[in-house]
Design a protein around this ligand. Structure first.
Ligand SMILES: Nc1nc2c(ncn2[C@@H]2O[C@H](COP(=O)(O)OP(=O)(O)O)[C@@H](O)[C@H]2O)c(=O)[nH]1
Ligand SMILES: [Mg+2]
Length: 333
């Protein structure tokens, strides 16, 4: 395992592929590997790209990767598909679409599908980001379908989160419905060649100006600066208002502006010394997640499935209530 870690740190692509597979399979072998890699992480800039299916995320990721390559940056791409196995076709499509990126040693693409639950996927994604980071990729792009809380959790490992909208998908602004607008650092209206793009931009602007669902823009209107935001951010932390960027990913248009927006977000975080705090927040969340998973796994090892099944029956028969059943399991009665 130490050999694999060393090979990966030395830039060996096969080692990278193998490490990603171990991580994706949540193999126990990945644990010593990740432990060996961890001291070499913390360098990559992680960009989450989320939004409704069909908004053009994969196409955009492709173009953003190409644009960063032109700047001489290496790019790791993780395409997360929580809806697999039903959308194996979509992943195949992504692979084909991303084919023009392959052959370039400065780019590495990995699609990940969930094997078990979404929690497992969030963990595998986090670990895969670390593998790319240790392999010295400058940027890691993570594409996820924005459909709710679980996807938001996946994006939580990112430094800059891009939420992608597109006109003509039935809903004016899909992210509002999915509740993912508040995590956006940069908003993209893709398919700007389509009718209705101006309308989508207008709707997004209105959302930002109303300060809804995030109160960030509203705070700007009232104070000019953020007085206080959650988790003890210093009172003088300047406000970041998500810029709205138009792109036509299918024609590679607008990606330079998008990259400039990502870079100014990064500079904003650096200038206001928010990076260390963001990392601490990510690590705290991760620690809780891992602790919960490990405690649960440890507990389940000691519980025969029949014991759980028996309790479910007793709960259904109204002989015991669910919380008392939990207490009984924990106290070993
Ligand atoms: N008209 C138009 N179509 C686009 C644009 N970007 C992507 N598409 C198309 O939209 C469809 C969905 O794109 P895809 O990248 O797979 O979306 P994803 O599901 O969000 O990853 C594909 O047929 C793309 O070719 C664009 O800027 N304009
Ligand atoms: Mg996609």
């Amino acid at each position: 395992m130490i050999d694999l870690a060393q090979a990966l740190l030395d830039g060996n692509r096969r080692a990278l592929a193998r490490a990603l597979t171990l991580v994706e399979n949540e193999s126990e072998k990945s644990e010593p590997l990740l432990a060996a890699l961890f001291p070499h992480t913390g360098r990559a800039w992680v960009i989450g790209i989320t939004g409704a299916p069909g908004t053009g995320k994969s196409t955009l990721v492709n173009e953003v990767a190409k644009a960063y390559r032109k700047l001489g940056k290496s790019v790791g791409i993780i395409a997360v598909d929580p809806t697999s196995p039903f959308s194996g076709g979509a992943i195949l499509g992504d692979r084909i679409r991303m084919r023009d990126l392959s052959g370039d040693p400065g780019i590495f693409i990995r699609s990940m599908a969930t094997r078990g639950n979404l929690g497992g996927l969030a963990r595998a994604t986090r670990d895969a980001i670390r593998v790319f980071d240790a392999a010295k990729f400058d940027l890691v792009l993570v594409e996820t379908v924005g459909a709710g809380q679980n996807e938001v959790d996946i994006v939580r490992a990112a430094h800059t989160t891009i939420v992608v909208e597109a006109p003509g998908l039935g809903d004016e602004v899909q992210a509002i419905k999915a509740g993912i607008l508040e995590i956006a650092d940069v908003l993209v209206v893709n398919k700007a060649d389509r009718q209705g793009a101006a309308h989508t931009i207008h709707a997004l602007k209105a959302m930002l100006e109303m300060g809804h669902p995030s109160s960030r823009a509203g705070m700007l209107n009232h104070h000019g600066r953020v007085m206080q935001i959650e988790n003890g951010t210093p009172a003088d932390a300047a406000l970041w208002i998500p810029p709205i960027v138009q792109t036509i990913a299918a024609e590679g248009k607008g990606t330079d502006v998008l990259i400039a927006a990502v870079e100014s977000h990064r500079q904003h975080l650096e200038a206001h010394h928010e990076l260390a705090q963001i990392e601490r927040q990510h690590l705290r969340t991760e620690l809780y997640d891992r602790l919960r998973d490990s405690l649960m796994a440890r507990l389940l090892q000691t519980l025969p499935p029949e014991r759980i099944a028996g309790l479910v029956e007793r709960i259904q028969a109204r002989e015991i209530d669910p919380q008392s059943a939990v207490q009984a399991l924990l106290s070993g009665n």
